[in-house]
Design a protein around this ligand. Structure first.
Ligand SMILES: NC(=O)C1=CN([C@@H]2O[C@H](COP(=O)(O)OP(=O)(O)OC[C@H]3O[C@@H](n4cnc5c(N)ncnc54)[C@H](OP(=O)(O)O)[C@@H]3O)[C@@H](O)[C@H]2O)C=CC1
Ligand SMILES: CC(C)(CO)C(=O)C(=O)O
Length: 314
């Protein structure tokens, strides 16, 4: 893979267009493939307010043809496996796939199913779309890339390093890690402690610091910490529950003014990524015989909302 590698981006929403436009404006060939065709002329607004324009190939999944060097799957977590099923017959065997979803649902399943190397990426970049031809890069972050093979034997290290370097040169700082499973779970832990609560109460992340919500956050963190201890997953810094508390409160502080992605989905009457975020925790709780009533109640509310037709419930 070189800088002029041909990248297919399947799922051309906020993150997909951010990656696609950044790569295209740094010399890569990019095809955006969605459920509907998008304009070929696309604009990216950088966090500094600069406007970057690029002309990309845009198509639909049904019309994809050719041979990509790498495919980035950037649908929401709940759409990833469906999109992959439609995509797979169009891909030459051995095509590398990069999964960008939050949570930890589709990653192990697609790693097992895909006929080629699979990398997982987790990013703290922030982006949102403004119409079909414009994406706003809301805030800089960092992207970690790795594969789900055991850490002592990372299978696709060279591929991950080349991709990290291409992304970094394109303005999306990225590095490889040999523990992507742990990194995905760490982000999932933060998302599980914040997103369902702010979606439930329709509040900004920073509102969780109020006396009314603080005990709810603390009790979710305690559930998450017990589950992750049983799974053998440590927080990035510190140990056990205090380490998870420090991480979650740091993120709440740092994103106090944010309307979290799950709240945005609820307000827009869209499905949420609750299965990918809460599902793995509840499955792990079951497997280890642990109680997680707070997580289970929030998962039930989010599930019920979707069963009831999304916007009409609660
Ligand atoms: N946005 C962000 O800042 C960040 C997002 N993430 C994660 O990245 C993932 C994507 O998020 P985001 O970009 O915000 O989501 P969006 O909803 O903005 O984008 C998803 C895109 O996937 C498309 N899509 C859905 N199903 C298919 C399909 N079968 N074939 C082709 N395209 C399809 C949607 O098309 P349509 O328009 O037709 O619905 C949409 O363009 C999520 O897991 C999210 O948690 C992680 C970090 C930051
Ligand atoms: C960390 C957090 C909660 C920031 O808003 C996030 O990742 C999200 O909104 O999904």
């Amino acid at each position: 893979m070189t800088l002029s590698t041909h990248h297919w981006i399947v799922g051309p929403g906020a993150l997909g267009r951010l990656i696609g436009l950044r790569l295209a404006t740094s010399g890569s060939l990019v095809t955006l493939a969605g459920r509907r065709p998008l304009p070929e002329r696309q604009t990216l607004i950088t966090p500094e307010g600069t406007r970057l324009d690029a002309t990309l190939f845009t198509t639909t999944l049904a019309n994809l043809a050719g041979t990509p060097d790498v495919v980035h799957l950037t649908t929401k977590a709940y759409g990833a496996e469906g999109a992959h099923a439609a995509l797979a017959p169009r891909l030459p065997a051995g095509t590398p796939l990069v999964l960008w979803q939050n949570g930890f649902g589709c990653q192990p399943r697609l790693t097992a199913r895909h006929d080629g190397p699979v990398l997982c990426a987790t990013t703290t970049e922030g982006a949102f779309v403004e119409g079909d031809d414009r994406v706003v890069h809301a805030g800089h972050g960092e992207t970690l890339i790795g594969d789900l093979s055991p850490s002592s034997n990372a299978a696709h290290g060279e591929l991950a390093r080349t991709l990290a370097s291409a992304l970094t040169q394109a303005g999306l700082p990225a590095r490889t890690v040999d523990d992507i499973r742990r990194r995905l779970w760490q982000k999932l832990a933060v998302n599980a402690a914040i997103n369902p609560l702010v979606a439930r109460f329709r509040i900004l992340n920073g509102d969780l610091r109020a006396p009314r919500y603080r005990p709810l956050v603390e009790s979710l963190i305690a559930e998450v910490a017990a589950i992750l201890a049983a799974e053998g997953i440590d927080p990035p810094e510190g140990q056990g529950a205090p380490g998870w508390q420090a991480l979650v409160w740091r993120v709440i502080e740092g994103t106090a003014g944010n309307r979290a992605s799950m709240l945005q989905d609820v307000l827009a009457a869209r499905p949420t990524e609750h299965e990918a975020i809460l599902g793995p925790l509840l499955d792990a709780a079951d497997a280890h015989g642990l109680q997680a009533p707070g997580l289970a109640e929030l998962a039930a509310w989010l599930r019920q909302r979707e069963l009831a037709g999304i916007g009409n419930c609660c």
